[in-house]
Design a protein around this ligand. Structure first.
Ligand SMILES: O=C(O)CCC(=O)C(=O)O
Ligand SMILES: [Fe+2]
Length: 296
């Protein structure tokens, strides 16, 4: 069976949008939108379908305010209010509209490579999980500070049968341990290690490597051994899509079908990107009888 693999950049698309594919299995640049204005319901649905189909889309030259970003994003779902944003001190310090997060890097030396695993899906620790993130380049260096996404469907399809069989039936924890440092008690959730996308049915690897994954019911060492093998697959460049940011670039991605990581290779440059994450009704589930529907 063939999957969504296309080596042609141009995606035939009716209407005002121009869609250009960026990688053979995922990622597209979408032109023809002006986010300063609300979308018509038809255009909103079209954009939503493009996010689900291409998993990650980039819109360039969207010089919008935080409020316009929030208004645009929340046409696709309710904003996920981060638990830390509910703390009064955070609100005073950041003065951001509810639902808007600033991503500022940890102080890093030039070339610093985090020693821990960084690939993740925003909002995998919520229940139901988040749908999409809308991240806008506000202050970005001319070179450096790229973001990389990985296609969770391509990873799964590329696994050897032996690993696919081992993952079947397993649940993995998504534990936001760091919240406890701020005195926030948050439940640990567990999702299947492989899920089917609720809209396309696609088989997807669903492990969030920053949320302290642990295979439910497994000995820690055994769990680590299997997750390390899986992590090796996540690192394969064949599955990656890399964005070079510009001021005004808006990246939008489906958190169910991708993982992502930021690259801290820009020293103390005051890079700033701002994000809205919107929710879904999705409780991820494994149902292999769901067929992957090929995009038109
Ligand atoms: O800083 C970035 O490029 C991405 C950070 C991130 O993980 C996010 O915005 O969800
Ligand atoms: Fe993220």
């Amino acid at each position: 069976m063939s999957y969504a693999l296309s080596l042609q950049a141009h995606v035939p698309h009716e209407g005002q949008l121009k869609v250009t594919r960026l990688q053979p299995t995922f990622g597209a640049e979408v032109e023809g939108l002006d986010l300063r204005e609300p979308l018509t319901p038809e255009l909103r649905d079209e954009v939503r379908a493009l996010i689900v189909q291409h998993k990650v889309i980039f819109l360039r030259d969207q010089h919008i305010t935080r409020e316009q970003q929030l208004a645009f994003a929340t046409q696709f779902g309710p904003p996920v209010i981060h638990p830390l944003q509910k703390l009064k001190e955070t609100q005073r310090k950041e003065d951001l509209p509810q639902g808007m997060h600033t991503i500022v890097p940890p102080t890093a030396e030039y070339g610093h490579i985090p020693k821990r695993r960084t690939w993740h899906s925003d909002g995998s620790w919520t229940y139901p999980v988040a749908f999409a993130s809308f991240l806008r380049g506000v202050e970005v260096p001319e070179v450096g500070g790229d973001t990389i996404w990985v296609d969770a469907g391509a990873i799964y399809r590329g696994l050897p049968d032996r690993l696919k069989a081992r993952l079947e039936g397993l649940y993995v924890t998504h534990e936001y341990k760091e919240l406890a440092l701020s005195g926030i008690s948050h439940p640990i959730v567990a999702h299947p290690a492989v899920i089917n996308h609720s809209e396309t049915g696609e088989d997807l690897l669903y492990v969030d490597f920053i949320m302290h994954p642990w295979i439910v019911g497994w000995d820690r060492a055994d769990s680590e051994a299997l997750l390390s093998e899986i992590y090796e697959e996540v690192l394969r460049p064949e599955y990656h899509l890399r964005l070079k940011w510009k001021k005004g670039t808006l990246a939008i991605w489906d958190n169910r079908s991708t993982l992502h990581t930021a690259i801290h290779d820009y020293g103390d440059y005051p890079r700033r990107v701002e994000r809205v994450v919107v929710g879904s009704n999705d409780v991820p589930s494994r149902d292999p009888s769901k067929r992957f529907v090929l995009p038109a």
